[in-house]
Design a protein around this ligand. Structure first.
Ligand code: ATP
Ligand code: MG
Length: 391
């Protein structure tokens, strides 16, 4: 009897002591959350690996699709598991390769040192028996078409697999702090969130809108992006929605329009830092990219960052080419949503000639024309939170 399972591997080289336990527990929880909708799926730990078992064979593709989104998993393999018994190993190997033709080799890894045969002996014995059972196969140890991996593990269990699929890699979400992602409807910010989730940061999101200048459809777009990001964020993403309408109307009425975007961005970061402090988030994450647009020159970023005093600002895309970002957006399935043409609060009240090298003292003078603190207070107090679940 062979049971179908999936073997998961994680990068463990750099893990020691308490960190390792925290890393493994976080990863185990995240895997369980990712598979919560899969009937009867079980997650167990064997030394240095996780095993997913119990699921219906029809769900295997879905299980794999979900595991591909769990940060911290380095690679995984659909496998069969059996009791460690040479006759069983041989008969199952023959069965697994019964339809194959061309060249093959057997690679054995023996973690259970109490098993009497060593890995070379197991490979040779299994290889020989497979050859005599299937006349369409030949051994090629250098460049085989099929590789049968036999993993003889502790507790008298043996796993067999022939395929290794790459995972997201990185660290389990929850191992590297909490981050507040500034989420627009654009291409960059979802990718920025993904990059940090992959590094182990638990994400929360903050979206600014200017309803009714921005539409309900623009909000839906952000919620759809959030659902995609949630798949990488242990299954959900809490999104804080903040209205900048009043702020923007006031800027528009009182300030020199070339500073509109600079002032708006300073307001955004002010609200973001306050939310971080109140909720215990460790960082603000932004999709900015050096030199991409007027608001992303080094001078603009400096003047905007200047409002943030006590929280780190992470800009994981700072040195990316647009094409590199687009490639990742396609991979994480956000690109097609991002390019839908709805307005964003950054695209309304935009001057024809925004300042590209703002000077801090001039920006501060413009800001004085506003009732900055009170506008921030009002925007902050009207924040709504929605919890977006992964599909
Ligand atoms: P994106 O594609 O992510 O919108 P962008 O290249 O269009 O980025 P900007 O519009 O200048 O650049 O925004 C830079 C960053 O500021 C975004 O990546 C995002 O992190 C944040 N941001 C912009 N607009 C909003 C918004 N409406 N709500 C929340 N964050 C925003
Ligand atoms: Mg944008």
């Amino acid at each position: 009897m062979m049971e179908k399972v999936i073997l998961l591997r994680y990068g463990e080289i750099f893990l020691k002591g308490k960190n390792r336990i925290f890393f493994e527990n976080t990863l185990e929880n995240n895997i369980k959350n990712a598979l919560i909708s899969i009937k009867n799926a079980n997650v167990t730990k064997i030394s240095g690996r996780f095993v997913v078992s119990g699921f219906d064979e029809f769900d295997e593709d879905l299980v794999i699709a979900k595991l591909k989104k769990v940060a911290g998993i380095y690679s995984f393999s659909p496998a069969v598991v059996m009791d460690t018994d040479m006759e069983k190993i041989i008969s199952n190997s023959i069965e697994l390769l019964s339809e194959a033709d061309g060249t093959f080799k057997v690679v054995t890894n023996r973690a259970d040192k109490s098993f009497p045969l060593n890995s070379m002996e197991i490979s040779r014995l299994v290889g020989g028996r497979v050859l005599s059972a299937n006349r369409n196969l030949k051994v090629d140890i250098h460049n085989p078409q099929h590789i049968l991996n036999i993993d003889v593990r502790e507790r008298k269990k043996t796993y067999m697999f022939s395929k290794t699929i790459k995972g997201v890699g990185g660290m389990p979400v929850g191992c590297s702090g909490k981050g507040l992602l500034l989420l627009s409807g654009g291409i960059d910010s979802p990718v920025a969130g993904f990059m940090m989730a992959k590094r182990g940061t638990k994400l929360y999101a903050l979206h600014f809108h200017s309803f009714p200048y921005t539409s309900e459809l623009a909000r839906l777009k952000v919620e759809e992006l959030a659902a995609k990001i949630a798949e990488y964020n242990a299954g959900e993403l809490n999104v804080f929605m903040c209205s900048m309408t009043k702020f923007q109307e006031q800027i528009n009425r009182n300030c020199n329009p070339i500073y509109n975007i600079t002032l708006l961005r300073r307001a955004m970061f002010t609200v973001a830092e306050r939310l971080c402090k109140e909720k215990g988030f460790n960082m603000i994450i932004s999709g900015e990219n050096l030199g991409q647009v007027a608001s992303q020159t080094i001078e603009s970023m400096t003047v905007v960052s200047n409002v943030v005093k006590d929280v780190q600002i992470m800009r994981p895309l700072i040195a990316f080419d647009k094409q590199e970002t687009i490639d990742i957006a396609r991979n994480i399935d956000t690109y097609d949503i991002s390019i839908r043409p709805y307005e964003d609060c950054c695209t309304i009240f935009v001057p024809d000639n925004p300042v590209t090298r703002p000077r801090l003292h001039k920006v501060l003078a413009e800001e004085k024309r506003l009732n900055f603190d009170q506008l921030i207070e009002e925007a902050y107090n009207n924040i709504e939170m929605v919890t977006i679940k992964a599909e």
